[in-house]
Structure formats: structure tokens, C-alpha cells
Design a protein around this ligand. Structure first.
Ligand code: PMP
Length: 455
């Protein structure tokens, strides 16, 4: 018999620990129970229909309930429910997926290793980077530089690589070898009024160079960055920033690592964010959109420079997971990538949808609560402010964001809040009519937020 919302909440409150949660608050309110999804819509256990403006957790590129992915999983599971890729073994689905990904990554990034989550792929990347420098006879090259406000996952290494102190201090992280630089490349918040966005971008890149010089280039293994910084605040890179970062990495022989976990698979308009912003990394990590979230999957791609060293090494690359290249997971991802291609979500349709989405997003600029809107591809950020001209916030602790997020849910739209920045990241299959509906609901939520917050 189906359980009522209250019954599910009660069991959940008794047994279930949730990610990134203040548990006594959750247990007082009771979790929202989501029971069904179709296209860009979700339904909760009380029958409310909600437009998912966040594609789950930035991942459901094809929307919910895509029968082709259900069929791919069913067929693969019937044929070979599991086998591993250890001990000189492979499966057709894992092989095919590695080939498909290699075709889409920039030239040279042709060797692929699988995991189950973005955090896992970032752990793999760190180990491959350290292993590479050991193989090069440069064991002192171990420091990894990333940025303040970066999000790279929540495993011990992922949280260390992230630049978010709230997820580090309580666990006695970061580990040694991880270094974070600021300013974060986000002109709206950190740019000075006497510098152009381009000058600001160069200043941010210079901070990376300064850190390399401070640590000594002979000690620095890699620089890691998200093409667009996602979970830390949806921050778009200033023009010219990535080219300068690439130049600096090459100058000091520091590996350039693009964390494409959010930006990959069409989110910024191309297959990968580094293609949108015109730089070529040595190593890329990816997850989320790789399977549209239908199965837990991630991957690392490395270039020839790294793979030649690793493939020709005499030592065993003693790293991998039980589910690296899981056949069912890979079968779903193969079909997912084929469908993204067939539906031209990277290409004509994706471009047209993005243009329409970004136009509608910019129309919100006239709203009294909005200090800035910004976006690329199908990513949108909205700054909530008390005063449009001075950019003064309602309070330093991001209460406007939480208020707005709650009004969104009640109005039937999911937007995520980090501080007073609201995010949009809808499924890539969203239609123009659904985009109209999305922004109609966003406006209602903003009006209700303004109503509640105005003095
Ligand atoms: N890197 C980036 C850029 C991310 O956005 C995320 C997740 N939001 C991760 C890594 C970690 O991925 P996961 O939650 O699948 O471990």
C-alpha cells in the first residue's frame, strides 16, 4: 500500500541522514517528498506539479522519464547485469562509451577512466596527476591550486580541493597540498570600479601565477577550475581569463585541469565548458549530464602527455572502483549521448533554446529585487538585492535567497539559492513554451519575495 506523505516523512526523520543538511531543521519541517518526473516537471506526494528549473542537481539533460534510457538500461541489465573492468576484462558498453567521450573531448584527451560520481572522478584525477609527476621523476610536484568558492565535491579530496570553508573546517580539512586563491573570478562581486572586466580577469589569473611562484613552480602539480563556477555561486569567467590561466599553466609546466562536472554535455552550449571558453586542458573530469542523472556515472579524460606516461609505465596503476565502467550504467550513458546528438541539444536546437532562455532571463533585470542576471548556455544566475544601484543586500547571511527559494517551491518552480544568488539550470530539452512558463513562475516568486522582504 502506498504510504502517505506524513508516513514517509516520519520514517525519513527516523532513519535518513541527508547531504548538506541541518538535520534538526529538516526534521522539524519534514522533507518534501518527490514521487514522479516527466519531461521538465516533477510531482510531489501531495500531487503538486513543479517545473524543475535545476534539472535535478544540474544533471537531467534529457528531462525525466525518457523511455529510450529506460530501454537502454533494461536491455543492458537483461544481457549483463554486472561485470567489472579489472583483471584484463572489458564490456562492449564501457568500450563504446570511452570511444564516444573521446570523440567529444578536445583533441588529444582520448583516454577515459570511469567512476560513479563527480567527487570520485576528482579523486581519480588527483591520483593520476600525482602518479604522472612521480613517473616523470618529479615527485616534489604535488601542490594543487584551486580557487576560493570553487566546488569540486565532498569526498576528503574533493572537499579539500573545493574553496568553501563551511565544508572543510568541521572535518579538519583541507588536507595538505591543496591551496586556494582569490579573488574569485566574479566581476559583479569582486571587480573594482576602476578596472574593466578584462583587467579584473587578468588580476584573478595573476593571483594564480603569484601562488605558483610562492609555492615554487617545481612544487606545483596542477591548477583545477570549473569553466563556470557552479555550486559556489554561478560565476561566469571574465573575458580573457581562461586564456591567461592557460598561458600561466604552460609557462610554469603546471597541468591544467577542467572540472566539467556541471559544464559538460551541452550545459554551456558546446560539449564541454572548455570549448565554450576556448582553452585546452590536460585533464578533464565529468559526471552529471554524462548519463542525464539516470545512473550514477563519472569519468576522467587525460591527454596524450599524461596517458603516454601512464600507459607506458611498468608499475601497476593501482586505482579503480568496483563499478568503474559498469555495463548498465555505460549503456544508459551511450544512449544519452546519442540522444543529445540526435536531438541537436549540442548544436542548432541547443543554441536556439539558449538564446531564448538568456533573452527571457535578461528581461528580469527590470525587477526591483534584481541586481544582476547573467547566463551562458542553459545556466542562469540572478542576484537578489535590496538596492539596485548600490547593490546592497538584504542581510549578510543570504536570507533573501532562502525566502525566494521557498516561494519558488510554493509557486511550482525549483530554483536553488546560494546566499542571495538564485540559480537556473533547466533540462536541455526544455521548450520555448516551458521557458515562458518557467519565467512566469519565477516572476511570481520574485514578487512574493519582495512582498515579504520589503520594509
Ligand atoms: N565538481 C563540480 C564542479 C560539481 O559541481 C560537483 C557537484 N555539484 C562535483 C564536482 C561533485 O560531484 P558529485 O556530487 O557527483 O560527487
Amino acid at each position: 500500500m502506498t504510504k502517505t506523505t506524513q508516513e514517509i516523512q516520519s520514517i525519513d526523520n527516523t532513519h535518513h541522514l541527508h547531504p548538506f543538511t541541518v538535520h534538526h531543521e529538516l526534521r522539524e519541517a519534514g522533507p518534501r517528498v518527490i514521487t514522479r518526473g516527466e519531461g521538465v516537471y516533477l510531482w510531489d506526494s501531495d500531487g503538486n506539479k513543479i517545473l524543475d528549473g535545476m534539472a535535478g542537481l544540474w544533471c537531467v539533460q534529457l528531462g525525466y522519464g525518457e523511455q529510450e534510457l529506460v530501454d537502454a538500461a533494461t536491455d543492458a541489465m537483461k544481457t549483463l547485469s554486472y561485470y567489472n573492468t579489472f583483471f584484463q576484462t572489458t564490456t562492449p558498453h564501457a568500450t563504446r562509451l570511452s570511444q564516444l567521450i573521446a570523440e567529444k573531448t578536445p583533441d588529444g584527451l582520448d583516454q577515459i577512466m570511469f567512476g560513479c560520481s563527480g567527487s570520485e572522478s576528482n579523486d581519480t584525477a588527483i591520483k593520476l596527476i600525482w602518479y604522472y609527476w612521480n613517473l616523470q621523476g618529479k615527485p616534489e610536484k604535488k601542490a594543487i591550486i584551486s580557487r576560493e568558492r570553487a566546488y569540486h565535491g565532498s569526498t576528503v579530496a574533493g572537499a579539500s580541493l573545493s574553496g568553501l570553508p563551511f565544508m572543510q573546517g568541521i572535518f579538519d580539512l583541507p588536507l595538505p597540498r591543496f591551496h586556494h586563491v582569490g579573488p574569485t573570478p566574479h566581476y559583479y562581486e569582486y571587480g573594482n570600479s576602476d578596472e574593466s572586466e578584462r583587467e579584473f580577469g587578468l588580476r584573478c589569473a595573476k593571483a594564480i601565477e603569484d601562488k605558483i611562484l610562492e609555492l615554487g613552480p617545481e612544487n606545483v602539480a596542477a591548477f583545477a577550475g570549473e569553466p563556470v563556477m557552479g555550486a559556489g555561486g554561478l560565476m561566469l569567467p571574465p573575458e580573457g581569463y581562461w586564456q591567461e590561466v592557460e598561458r600561466i599553466c604552460r609557462k610554469y609546466d603546471v597541468l591544467l585541469w577542467s572540472d566539467e562536472v556541471i559544464c559538460g554535455f551541452g550545459r554551456t552550449g558546446e560539449w564541454f565548458g572548455c570549448q565554450t571558453y576556448g582553452y585546452t586542458p590536460d585533464i578533464m573530469t565529468m559526471a552529471k549530464g554524462i548519463s542525464s542523472g539516470y545512473q550514477p556515472l563519472s569519468a576522467v579524460a587525460i591527454n596524450k602527455r599524461m596517458s603516454d606516461a601512464i600507459v607506458n609505465a611498468d608499475s601497476e596503476m593501482a586505482h579503480g572502483y568496483t563499478y568503474s565502467g559498469h555495463p548498465v550504467v555505460c549503456a544508459v550513458a551511450v544512449r544519452n549521448l546519442e540522444l543529445i546528438t540526435e536531438k541537436k541539444l549540442v548544436g542548432e536546437r541547443g543554441q536556439a533554446t539558449s538564446e531564448y532562455f538568456l533573452k527571457q532571463l535578461s528581461l528580469l533585470d527590470d525587477h526591483p529585487l534584481i541586481g544582476q542576471t547573467r547566463g551562458v548556455g542553459l545556466l542562469g544566475g540572478i542576484e537578489l538585492v535590496k538596492d539596485k544601484t548600490t547593490r546592497e543586500r538584504f542581510s549578510p547571511d543570504g536570507t533573501a535567497g532562502v525566502t525566494c527559494r521557498n516561494h519558488c517551491f510554493k509557486s511550482g518552480i525549483i530554483m536553488r539559492a546560494v546566499g542571495d544568488t538564485m540559480f537556473l539550470c533547466p533540462p536541455l530539452v526544455i521548450t520555448n513554451d516551458e521557458i515562458d512558463e518557467l519565467f512566469r513562475l519565477v516572476r511570481i516568486s520574485l514578487d512574493l519575495t519582495l512582498e515579504e522582504l520589503k520594509p
